[in-house]
Design a binder for this molecule. Structure first.
Ligand code: GLN
Length: 536
């Protein structure tokens, strides 16, 4: 079987939805019966985004095997409904680290190490790994950044070489660009697209398909112009106006003929007709007028909503399953400490405290958890959101005044959240947490067990600290229920408050496994409880 490749590049500006376009295209191909895999190449020098600030990078998306990856992998998993692994994301940092390690070992036998061929060879090796490990017939490769960036040049060069090695008939370059509109005249412009294609061609790549993104519908005449100036077939210019519903993107691309075009150009034969009905139904549901529930999201990086991409999507999935719309009130936890932002908390039907690191805004999160517990407002805590729920409970329900997580106060008398023994000697920051999929046994008769309706689950983790077992009994006597435990019973995975409509929190990150067609039970539970509270 020959592997076929789709290479997605970006032109003009970033943030125009290249990842979503690649993900949606993957869905159209999977729907035609092909086994699809996806890979994102990130041009930055960090080894992975795990050590990067969410302000810089947005959310860190965690995979089953514990890989800390780019948030585009979340789009891939949600749209195509696949489970990806470590090979699906690599960075310039990883490529160089590998090449330099080989050089130090003497593997290159005295050769001079250069970008071409050593770096490009390592890039090609990693791209080829995807097909090897997944057995995919079609591999979608998305190159991060935009054409013209210094950083992405070795990637593009490697893909250009790869095209010759695997055969031109087995590769397609899809270039996603942006058509700006001039405010004064209302005119939409193709010039930046032309320039970015010129830049691409100067390194030897002529795109086969141009996906022209714009905020408004794109005129036919503009598509003609792009086809002419950029040397692509007219039917391969895809005018893609911004969709108001994210999950409409695959439907639009299908309507524009992208699925058939790609299959034909790769010389493939679809084994079945795509069934887009579930997506049509989903989008119709989203569009239906509904009552809304308000969820206050109490975070630290709320200025940049990309930092909570999967949480936001999971809330939307769960709302849809409950026949409501979710209105997210973004609350900066540090504001709560300064008596600001409380109006959002007080008017909310539910409160969500997501994951996070570092002490800034911690007390505000603890205040939000206290408010939720005392006022019986439905609450969902994710990772750090579980830890603050426990700290709050210790301080205010168990009278352990100075209780804290040892992440925030090393000397606390009551470290109810503490480092695991095997984490204590670790000094490296990157890739050293409890990462990836771990099993969790649900305790019968709890809210979590009811929500999941199965005896055990596997969920994705990303944290260093854990609930401190020395306090388990006291918490249980005080009214906290440990509704999810590791199979050996040693790690608290889910905690909930007994005397409360829905105060549930997990040490793992359920948001990474929520899918548009399969909303996550813990989120569904939150929205359901919030909806009931809203009615009252
Ligand atoms: N900072 C906490 C820990 O490391 C929580 C991490 C998170 O929320 N992802 O345990």
């Amino acid at each position: 079987m020959t592997t076929k490749y789709l290479f997605f590049t970006g032109g003009v500006v970033s943030s125009v939805g290249k990842g979503v376009t690649a993900a949606a295209t993957g869905l159209l191909l999977r729907e035609r019966g092909f086994k699809v895999a996806v890979q994102k190449l990130d041009p930055y020098i960090n080894v992975d985004p795990g050590t990067m600030s969410p302000y810089q990078h947005g959310e860190v998306y965690v995979l089953d095997d514990g890989a800390e990856t780019d948030l585009d992998l979340g789009h891939y998993e949600r749209f195509i409904d696949i489970r990806l692994s470590r090979v699906s994301n690599f960075t310039t940092g990883q490529v160089y680290a590998e090449v330099i390690a080989k050089e130090r070992r003497g593997d290159y036998l005295g050769g001079t190490i250069q970008v071409i061929p050593h770096i490009t060879n390592e890039i090609k090796r990693r791209v080829a790994l995807v097909a090897k490990e997944t057995g995919a017939e079609i591999v979608i490769v998305e190159v991060g950044g935009t054409v013209g960036d210094i950083e992405s040049q070795p990637f593009l060069e490697a893909l250009r070489q790869l095209r010759n090695e695997v055969g031109r008939e087995n590769c397609l370059f899809l270039h996603v660009t942006w058509l700006p509109t001039i405010g004064a005249t209302g005119e939409m412009k193709t010039k930046p697209t032309q320039h970015s294609v010129t830049a691409l061609r100067s390194i030897g790549i002529s795109p086969n398909v141009i996906i022209a993104r714009a905020d408004e519908p794109v005129d036919n005449a503009l598509c003609d112009k792009i086809a002419l100036f950029c040397d692509v077939e007219k039917r391969a210019v895809i005018p893609m106006a911004t969709a108001d519903v994210l999950y409409e993107v695959p439907l639009l691309l299908e309507q524009l003929g992208v699925g058939d075009l790609v299959v034909e150009k790769l010389g493939l034969k679809a084994t079945r007709q795509p069934d887009m009905k579930p997506w049509q139904k989903l989008v119709a549901e989203v569009r239906k007028p509904k009552s809304s529930v308000k969820v206050a999201l109490v975070g630290k990086y709320v200025e940049l909503q990309d930092a909570y991409m999967s949480v936001r999507e999971a809330l939307k999935h769960a709302a849809l399953a409950n026949g409501v719309e979710v209105e997210i009130g973004w609350v900066h936890s540090a504001d709560l400490e300064k008596d600001k932002g409380w109006d959002v908390i007080k008017s909310a039907d539910g409160i969500l405290v997501p994951g996070g690191f570092g002490s800034r805004g911690i007390e505000g999160k603890i205040m939000a958890a206290r408010y939720a517990r005392e006022n019986k407002v439905p609450y969902l805590g994710l990772c750090l959101g579980m830890q603050v729920m426990c700290v709050e409970f210790a301080r205010n329900a168990l009278d352990l005044e100075d209780a804290n997580s040892s992440e925030f106060d090393r000397g606390t008398e009551h470290p109810v959240i503490d480092l695991m023994i095997d984490q204590r000697s670790i000094t490296d920051m990157g890739g050293t947490m409890r990462l990836g999929l771990y099993p969790c046994l649900l305790q019968k008769g709890t809210k979590a067990a009811d929500a999941y309706a199965v005896p055990s689950v596997d969920e994705r983790h990303r944290h260093r600290f854990e609930f401190n077992n020395a306090y388990r009994e006291r918490f249980e006597q005080g009214g906290m229920v440990f509704s999810g435990l590791s199979p050996d019973g040693k790690l608290v995975e889910i905690a909930e408050i007994a005397d409360h409509p829905y105060m549930v929190a997990s040490q793992f990150h359920p948001e990474f496994l929520s899918r548009p067609m399969r909303p996550h039970p813990l989120f569904v539970g939150l929205i359901k409880a919030a909806k009931e509270r809203g009615k009252k």
